[in-house]
Design a protein around this ligand. Structure first.
Ligand code: ADP
Ligand code: MG
Length: 231
């Protein structure tokens, strides 16, 4: 069976003065469909770099990035971008929504970029807003939504392209405890429902038991994923 996400011996060096500094040091990670892996580790350990490499936003210095078995590092930039649109959903820390657009429009833009016909795009956007618990909020603009609701719009938008892989960077850092837990539970449910391979960077260790496995980063090195203890 082909895994949705597989990083194989990836190394990432950033230029640093006359030399380089290593953000990822021989990192390998496999994530199967329908499973969510938490990524923990101190600030500066390479978590965001790992997500950027997995998202094909940064090409690793060496190693492979396989998305549904296709090696993104072997593709021309244009083909990499097409593969990213097809395979990857990304959720950043802050829901970077456009202030002038309604929740529905934020999602429609995402599918417009993928060439979906407007009517199908609207139907899918409304479905996804319903899935994340925002039926009835489709016509609200960001300032008319709470922080948790904005993050849900962000999550729904990431799913518009029907990705195989969902990459999430500290989704709860702008939220209070209760809303944070609700967002993590939502990500777990979506992972199951849509058969996503999800990697979630988190500094909230208490939410790790909601996920399937946790892998820890330190100084660019990734420890082996261990099962997340169930409460
Ligand atoms: P984390 O998300 O765990 O805080 P990052 O992946 O952001 O870690 O950073 C890992 C290392 O790479 C850090 O030492 C950081 O300073 C460095 N780094 C991150 N982004 C860049 C960049 N664009 N240019 C140079 N160095 C970077
Ligand atoms: Mg980071």
């Amino acid at each position: 069976m082909t895994l949705p996400l597989s990083l194989v011996n990836t190394t990432l060096d950033y230029p640093d003065g006359d030399g380089t500094s290593t953000a990822l040091d021989d990192v390998s990670l496999q994530v199967g469909a329908g499973s969510i892996v938490a990524l923990a580790g101190p600030s500066g350990s390479g978590k965001s770099s790992l997500l950027a490499v997995a998202a094909t936003l940064i090409r690793p210095t060496s190693g492979l990035v396989l998305l549904d078995g296709v090696d993104a590092t072997a593709l021309a930039p244009r083909d990499t971008a097409a593969l990213r649109r097809e395979k990857i959903g990304i959720i950043f820390q802050q829901p970077n929504l456009l202030a002038a657009l309604t929740a529905l429009e934020q999602l429609q833009i995402a599918s417009h970029l993928r060439g979906l016909p407007p009517k199908r795009s609207r139907t899918r956007a409304l479905e996804l807003l319903d899935v994340v618990g925002l039926a009835g909020y489709a016509h609200r603009r960001p300032h008319q939504l709470s922080g948790g609701q904005r993050q849900r719009v962000n999550i729904a938008r990431a799913l518009m392209g029907s990705p195989s892989v969902l990459l999430v960077d500290e989704p709860t850092s702008a939220l209070d405890h209760e809303r944070s837990e609700a967002v993590v539970r939502l990500l777990v449910r979506l992972t199951r429902e849509f058969g996503l391979a999800t990697v979630m960077v988190t500094h909230d260790l208490e939410f790790i038991p909601l996920t399937d496995a946790v892998a820890s980063m330190r100084d660019g090195r990734l420890g082996p994923p261990v099962p997340a203890a169930r409460p």
